[in-house]
Write a protein that binds this ligand. Structure first.
Ligand code: GDP
Length: 436
């Protein structure tokens, strides 16, 4: 996610480290490099211009005589300005005072609207809502079936026109969908609309008609972060054509240059509410400008990680494991439990990507495949409780038995046990370093 931009900015800012004082020339040079990095990432030119002007002005201004060293000052300023272009505060969904809240999704075909409908429905359900999906994309073949599949996966009902009645009128379906939601007492209705491959008058008219018919509390413009500069043009066209109250960025998982997506807020004035980063229903999160900025600057996204961890982990169990880790007493049983909890949070490479400095570990992360983790799980499950508790007792004959039992080679078992000992040693050293 924004890896290239992140690498560039991190290295530009790292070059400032160790400088006692920044001259005006230093600031100009840094600003120039940041400008190139942003432009190469496809951030729209006017956005880059304003950004650089602000950073330069602040870096040269009075702020630089304060307690932080100059490099820290610049990092702070760049971070704050980045948070600014991303929208500042986290913008929550506007919920209607009298349910149902109606959320309309708009965007080009392929932007990820239907997928997003499922993600959002699942997320809302997790927040205690009772969402319903309404299939108004009657244009794209299979769009209705796709929404039904997604709805089923999310465990959320889908209102769709009866099959076999011709194409049908999306505005009518939208209206009936809302009536049905009221009747069945769903508190949020998500209306999926038709997109086109490009901006098209008829599509806009249809979206305008649906908007007028259902009077949504939110119109979310869904945009694929990988479409480069076109994201800005499309956003402008939708802002003028239908109007929207918020943006959802999708496909942030590709190392898209993605910068165009960073321009959407600034160009349209509408906040980014959510971000999608994968094809699975869980690959979705509330968009936090501050966390995204620190992730782009390579500071990691500890907050998101902590939040996800809190949801996935049993706090007591995690704390007990942390204490054991610190004292070098972690067992393979603890390791297995933690791994299972961690895997509940999503693909492991995504999680590690949130850690500080992870941008530089890209290659190692790419090699982390889930199958390997499955194998590790199988091996530990092939061990007796006593072996999991005290891995030192796992001698050659036990290794052979475990390998046979879990369908792997002895060398895989050896590998796991050795790595476990190494990791345990490293964890207790790290715990010492962080004063845990
Ligand atoms: P729609 O035409 O706007 O409804 O778009 P779809 O929801 O059908 O999505 C188009 C394609 O993009 C599908 O193949 C999705 O699986 C994929 N997709 C959607 N969101 C994401 C995402 O966040 N990351 C990735 N990698 N693919 C996505």
């Amino acid at each position: 996610m924004f890896n290239t931009l992140s690498d560039r900015l991190t290295s530009v800012l790292q070059n400032l480290r160790g400088k006692g004082r920044l001259t005006e020339a230093d600031i100009d040079a840094t600003a120039r490099e940041i400008r190139v990095a942003l432009l190469e990432a496809d951030v729209a030119l006017p956005v880059v211009r304003t950004f650089i002007a602000k950073v330069k002005e602040r870096a040269k201004g009075a702020e630089v005589s304060q307690a932080l060293n100059p490099a820290q000052q610049v990092v702070k300023i760049v971070n704050e300005e980045l948070v600014g272009i991303l929208g500042g505060e986290t913008r929550r969904l506007n919920l209607a005072k009298t349910p149902p809240t109606v959320i309309m999704l708009a965007g080009l075909q392929g932007a990820g609207k239907t997928t997003l409908a499922g993600k959002l429905a699942k997320w809302l359900k997790g927040q205690g809502h009772t969402p319903m999906l309404v299939a108004c994309d009657l244009q794209r073949p299979n769009a209705v079936t796709q929404l039904q599949v997604v709805g089923q996966r999310a465990g959320v009902p889908v209102f769709a026109p009866e099959p076999g009645n011709g194409v049908g009128d999306p505005v009518d379906v939208a209206r009936k969908g809302i009536e049905e939601a009221k009747r069945a007492q769903h508190d949020v209705v998500l209306v999926d609309t038709a997109g086109r491959l490009g901006v098209d008058e008829e599509m806009m008219r249809q979206a305008v008609d649906i908007r007028a018919a259902v009077q949504p509390d939110e119109v979310l413009f869904v945009v694929d972060a990988m479409i480069g500069q076109d994201a800005v043009n499309t956003a402008t066209a939708f802002a003028d054509g239908v109007g929207f109250t918020g943006v959802v960025l999708t496909k942030l998982d590709g190392d898209a240059r993605g910068g165009a997506a960073l321009s959407v807020r600034e160009v349209t004035g509408q906040p980014i509410l959510f971000a999608s980063n994968g094809e699975k229903l869980e690959d979705f999160d509330v968009f936090h400008p501050d966390r995204m900025a620190s992730r782009i600057l390579g500071m990691g996204d500890m907050l998101t990680l902590i939040e996800q961890a809190e949801q996935a982990f049993d706090a007591d169990q995690a704390e007990a494991a942390a204490v054991k880790m610190g004292s070098g007493q972690l067992t393979l049983e603890d390791f297995l439990e933690q791994m299972l909890a961690l895997r509940k949070m999503g693909p492991i490479a995504n999680l590690l990507g949130m850690l500080p400095g992870a941008g530089q570990m890209k290659d190692q992360l790419a090699g982390l495949d889930e199958k390997h983790l499955d194998r590790v799980q199988a091996i530990i499950r092939g061990m007796t409780p006593a072996e999991r508790d005290d891995p030192k007792m796992i001698n050659a004959s036990r290794r052979l038995r475990i390998a046979n039992g879990s369908g792997v080679r002895v060398s895989d078992v050896n590998d796991l046990v050795n790595r476990f000992f190494e990791a345990r040693k490293m964890m207790s050293q790290m715990a010492g370093r962080f004063g845990l």
